[in-house]
Ligand binder design. Structure first.
Ligand SMILES: Nc1ncnc2c1ncn2[C@@H]1O[C@H](COP(=O)(O)OP(=O)(O)OP(=O)(O)O)[C@@H](O)[C@H]1O
Ligand SMILES: [Mg+2]
Length: 277
């Protein structure tokens, strides 16, 4: 595995007034350039883990390193936030300006980037998300997927090494979802950006390099999408579903069909069914 850009060791966090830890004993390493999906039922600790990576909260025990910088130490919070950007669920809550390019410039302006460099950053960020034609548009005129791409551009303009997406496609229609997922995947493949992709959509997890499944504040399963989704029983116990074709394959196996345990896509299912004749 390449050098870990994210290293979490035994992280614990409890919200004020809560009587249970939201995250307990989480240890995980993510390599630079990886695209890692994080799954888990409501309340399993996904957003809490995201906030620990971004130094929005500090763990009460354990350590979090972002590119070698201790994110569990308050003095590093600003540096960590520059390296690790976040995109949230609701694009309307992330857009602050009334013109797209001004919105993208907001972050760099805030940290004192010189104007000429801001212009260059905004240009390349809007290009990277395919929104350069909308630079002078009003964000409220855009579709949900386009707004979310503007929000991503705003984060990119900060030149982060990592972006954590916390259910960034949850509020979008299917085409917006695909649009935003594809932009994130492309930033990962093309620019080497490390991506942590929190989602409830199994088809998105299937297209990731690696999947982490959280349950009750811990990482309960971890592996390639295939390795994880083959464990249908464990996944169901954790209140989650496996991809449609994995579910169908499991049912057909129960009916006695000789199908391999790692069918995930329609294409794979078609090939295996033809082989059975
Ligand atoms: N601000 C808060 N104050 C108190 N408890 C909180 C707060 N935010 C989350 N929690 C609790 O911490 C636990 C983990 O929550 P978290 O938001 O990390 O889960 P999640 O996996 O992101 O869930 P979801 O899928 O609903 O977004 C839950 O028990 C939740 O109720
Ligand atoms: Mg959440």
């Amino acid at each position: 595995m390449a050098e870990a850009i994210i290293r979490v060791e035994g992280a614990e966090f409890r919200y004020e007034g809560a009587d249970e830890d939201a995250v307990s004993g989480v240890s995980v390493e993510i390599a630079a350039g990886e695209f890692v999906a994080v799954l888990g039922r409501n309340g399993s600790g996904k957003s809490t883990l995201a906030k620990l990576l971004n130094a929005l909260i500090l763990p009460k025990a354990g350590e979090v390193y972002i590119d070698g910088v201790a994110a569990h130490e308050e003095k590093n919070s600003l540096a960590v936030r520059k390296m690790c950007g976040m995109v949230f669920q609701n694009p309307d809550n992330q857009i602050v300006a009334t013109i797209v390019e001004e919105d993208c410039a907001f972050g760099p302006e805030n940290i004192g980037v010189p104007p000429a460099e801001i212009r260059e950053r905004v240009d390349s960020a809007l290009r990277a998300v395919g929104m350069e034609a909308f630079r002078e548009s009003a964000p409220h005129m855009l579709s949900g997927g386009q707004k979310q791409r503007v929000a991503i551009a705003g984060v990119l303009a900060m030149r982060p090494k990592i972006i954590v997406f916390d259910e960034s496609t949850a509020m979008l229609d299917p085409s917006g979802r695909r649009e935003v997922f594809d932009v994130a995947r492309q930033l990962n493949r093309g620019e080497g950006l490390t991506v942590v992709w929190i989602t409830h959509f199994m088809d998105e997890a299937l297209k990731s390099d690696r999947v982490l499944v959280m349950d009750e504040g811990r990482i309960a399963l971890e592996g390639t999408p295939r390795e994880v989704f083959m464990q249908t029983d464990a996944i169901h116990r954790m209140g989650l579903d496996v991809p449609q074709m994995a579910r169908l394959a499991a049912e057909l196996r129960r009916e006695g069909l000789q199908l391999p345990p790692d069918i995930m896509t329609v294409e794979e299912m078609a090939v295996e069914l033809c082989r059975l004749r």
